[in-house]
Write a protein that binds this ligand. Structure first.
Ligand code: SAM
Length: 329
């Protein structure tokens, strides 16, 4: 499946719910209105749609959200998709989670075929964690992280770089990740959706952070790439990788291999653009068979734009009106 710029689309990210059990300040407003349940694709519909993407050459699927692990029955979807790993065409099934449900679900994720997960964790300080997530408890996420490790899952920690909030913590997080065998990715805040407050106050360019880290740690070039926005280096002292996702300071679109499906069946061809294709209508139309569904996907891919143009600044409306929880990052 090639887009108009010759990029092979092999990676589908699926937001299985817009709901979340946390309210991270940079991600959601405190009083979010969530979608009525009837708007959501059923788990069976999600599985059929993902199957159509796999048949078209997608070999990596990440379930995200909202918080994917709070969607009722979601393990059924993991199991269904997991059964397509290998001969079924899928190379990897993975998930991005805030970790709160992992003590209950890590073993089942592993059994379903998941081998690597991303856990979002912006701070190791309990008070900062409570402030950033508005109502989360650090201990619950840490218990989840260690349950995942014990289940055999490879864990990558994702931390959003927040000015004046966690910027003094990266050395500690690098050491902690090194101690427990986790990779770490730092992410610049992206201007998505209205949140309480001004994003300019949160924005911290990772070029500055990287320079600071390089004074303390030996950062070695790494060839590792996911075809995505992260640039990776290896930290010699810990042997673990550190990734930098810099949508604001580095344009990463030239190697983009992904598209994003929401829980209502809307396909976003670019995280930083508003254009989207409705796949729920063909999915629910009894006169549209699998070939018709495939055509709907292909015509959406034919509209994938060259890139995005995020702008952050005071008095700027968010570059993209929807919240990150719609597409899951
Ligand atoms: N609930 C899951 C989690 O916490 O990982 C999955 C969904 S969450 C929207 C996915 C990732 O997007 C998280 O790592 C979160 O920190 C990040 N994120 C949310 N809003 C963001 C923003 N405006 N800029 C950068 N990253 C953001």
């Amino acid at each position: 499946m090639l887009d108009p710029f010759g990029r092979r689309i092999s990676y589908l990210r699926v937001s299985v719910t817009d709901r979340c059990d946390l309210r991270c300040v940079y991600c959601m407003a405190e009083d979010m209105t969530f979608l009525p349940k009837k708007e959501l694709l059923t788990l069976e519909e999600l599985e059929r749609l993902c199957g159509a993407f796999i048949d078209l050459g997608v070999d990596k699927i990440r379930l995200t959200g909202g918080e994917p692990l709070v969607r009722r029955g979601v393990m059924q979807l993991f199991q269904g998709l997991g059964s397509r790993i290998g001969a079924g065409g899928l190379k990897e099934l993975t998930v991005t989670t805030n970790g709160t449900q992992l003590t209950k679900m890590a073993d089942d994720l592993f059994k379903a075929g998941v081998r690597r997960i991303n856990v979002s964790l912006d701070t190791l300080d309990p008070e900062t964690f409570a402030a950033v997530t508005r109502w989360g408890k650090l201990e619950q996420t840490l218990d989840g992280v260690f349950a995942a490790k014990a289940a055999g899952l490879q864990v990558k920690i994702n931390a959003v770089a927040l000015k004046g909030v966690n910027e003094h913590e990266y050395d500690r997080m690098i050491a902690w990740c090194g101690e427990h065998g986790f990779d770490l990715t730092l992410i610049e805040t992206m201007p998505m959706g209205d949140i309480t407050g001004d994003r300019t106050d949160q924005y911290l360019p990772l070029s500055t952070i990287r320079r600071r880290l390089a004074e303390r740690w030996t950062l070695l070039p790494s060839a590792h790439s996911t075809g995505g926005p992260a640039r990776y280096e290896t930290i010699q002292e810990t042997g673990r990788r550190i990734g930098f996702i810099t949508p604001m300071t580095h344009n990463f679109c030239e190697s983009c291999n992904r598209v994003r499906l929401t829980c209502t069946g809307t396909l976003y061809m670019c995280l930083g653009q508003e254009d989207a294709a409705d796949l729920r209508a063909p999915l629910r139309d009894p006169s549209v068979d699998d070939t018709g569904l495939r055509d709907a996907i292909l015509s959406a891919i034919a509209r994938k734009p060259k890139g995005h143009d995020f702008v952050i600044g005071r008095n700027h409306a968010p570059s993209v009106g929807r919240h990150m929880s719609v597409t899951g990052g």
